[in-house]
Design a binder for this molecule. Structure first.
Ligand code: ADP
Length: 454
């Protein structure tokens, strides 16, 4: 087992990883930017080291600085969390060449799945259904026209190097195809430095359902069931739940088998997520694979009674799946899965009445919820100042109960009890969604929030 791990991240996920390390008896090193010097991960880690000024390019995204911090502190492994360097194959490779264990899959797999065109091709080859679309990057408007005519409108242009909902353009008819193509390319180039885009059939009012997998170095992969992540705003998740209200045991096994097949086809190691969209007839199609821990992992942890972050560390240290999951063979857990339901709301410091504009600033009054069936993953504290430089998520409230109905009531109770003053948050918006009839009935899709105004 590792003696010391460096956490190349900040905020709630840095704290989440430090907590896992502490339970494993592993020393922790937090790295931080100048604007995060009084953050909770810095206070709670065994050691903390400043890696540069506030802009992420000069600190959390700066590979030489992160690696120097690891070297100076004698760390053996690096956990990248999500975002920042988590899906940088260059970083994973640099770790390897510095004899540091990168807690995640190998650089080649990160690169392969990071290229969504290649990922689609690889999954198709492995027998996993993918959305109809282009087999390669779209090279010209002529090509785009012929592919779109073949799959039928609406279609969506997506960035090959995409992430965070950037570079996507929905096109409803041929007349708008050229503009969509150019805009998608321009945004892809500006955001990712890579202008390549591809085409997919656009599924209206679709559901986003993803499968959590875990693979060890011995080549064994298991799945930990699905997460329903259809409550999104501008293609970014806001509320997630496990299990999905529309997935039954047969479907779960089918999705799980596809996810495992996909992971095995690329010799995947560590935790990963295989994402699917579904059409009205419950046909599922692969859209992408995330090669890291996800924001929404806690709902799976609760339902499957696992600790995915600990499992990531144990697998990276060479442990097999059974030891990584605390000595329990989890392949039979799914009988238990339907007995518990978990829901997560992402709390962002944003003004939902001002187009979700970020509201950084000082927290002047704070009460976080507790009680039966409530977990809060958050790095905020009374007097903490949310810096303006990073993502606006300040925490996650996760609740569970034996029914979906019970879990919604519990989330309403937990959010109503929460007090965060000094900055605006997404809590009032979450409460509206929780009261929405369609949401309550499980009749949800990725466009539902556009109609939630009450
Ligand atoms: P990113 O990596 O940028 O987050 P994804 O491919 O994971 O992009 O898609 C994010 C979200 O965008 C999906 O959950 C869904 O809401 C929407 N989306 C992506 N592709 C499609 C599609 N082909 N049809 C309908 N919605 C899509």
């Amino acid at each position: 087992m590792f003696k010391k791990i460096l956490i190349a991240n900040r905020g709630e996920i840095a704290l989440r990883i430090i907590r896992a390390c502490k339970e494993l008896g592993v020393k922790t090193v937090a790295v931080y930017s100048e604007s995060d010097s009084d953050s909770l991960p810095v206070r709670i880690a065994d050691e903390a080291i400043c890696i540069g000024p506030a802009p992420a390019q000069d600190s959390y995204l700066n590979i030489p600085r992160v690696l120097s911090a690891a070297e100076i502190t004698g760390s053996e492994a690096i956990h990248p969390g999500y975002g920042f360097l988590a899906e940088s194959s260059e970083f994973a490779e640099a770790c390897e060449s510095c004899k540091l264990v990168f807690i995640g899959p190998n650089p080649e797999v990160i690169r392969l799945m990071g290229d969504k065109v290649e990922a689609r091709a690889k999954m198709k080859q492995a027998g996993v259904p993918v959305l109809p679309g282009s087999d390669e990057e779209v090279g010209s408007i002529k090509e785009a026209k012929s592919i779109a005519a073949g799959i039928g409108y609406p279609v969506i242009f997506k960035a090959a190097a995409g992430g965070g909902g950037k570079g996507m353009r929905i096109v409803k008819n041929e007349k708008d195809l050229e503009t969509g193509y150019r805009m998608s390319q321009a945004e892809a180039k500006a955001t990712f430095g890579d202008p390549r885009v591809y085409l997919e059939k656009y599924l209206e009012k679709t559901r986003h359902i993803e499968v959590q997998i875990l693979s060890d170095k011995e080549g064994k992969t298991i799945h930990l069931g699905e997460r329903e992540c259809s409550i999104q705003r501008r293609h970014q998740k806001l509320i997630e739940e496990c299990p999905s209200p529309i997935v039954d045991e047969d479907l779960r096994q089918k999705l799980g088998e596809w996810a495992i097949r996909g992971a095995e086809a690329i010799n995947y190691v560590n935790a990963g997520t295989v994402e699917f969209l579904t059409d009205d007839n419950k046909n599922f199609y692969f859209i992408e694979m995330n090669t890291r821990i996800q924001v929404e992992h806690p709902v799976t942890e609760i339902v499957t009674r696992t600790d995915i972050v600990k499992a990531q560390i144990l697998i990276a240290a060479g442990g097999n799946l059974i030891s990584a999951l605390g000595g329990i063979d989890k392949s039979f857990i799914f009988e238990e899965l339907r007995e518990i339901h978990a829901l997560e709301c992402r709390i962002n410091a944003e003004d939902t009445e001002q187009d979700f504009m970020p509201t950084p600033g000082k927290i002047t009054n704070l009460h976080l919820p507790g009680g039966n069936g409530v977990r809060v993953d958050s790095h905020i504290y009374l007097g903490y100042t949310i810096p303006p430089y990073y993502d606006s998520m300040i925490g996650k409230v996760i609740v569970w109960d034996i029914t979906r109905e019970g879990v919604i009531a519990r989330m309403e109770r937990a959010l109503n009890e929460t007090v965060i003053e000094g900055v605006k948050t997404t809590i009032p918006f979450h409460l509206k969604v929780l009261r929405n009839k369609k949401f309550r009935n499980g009749d949800i899709n990725t466009e539902l929030l556009e109609t939630v105004t009450e």
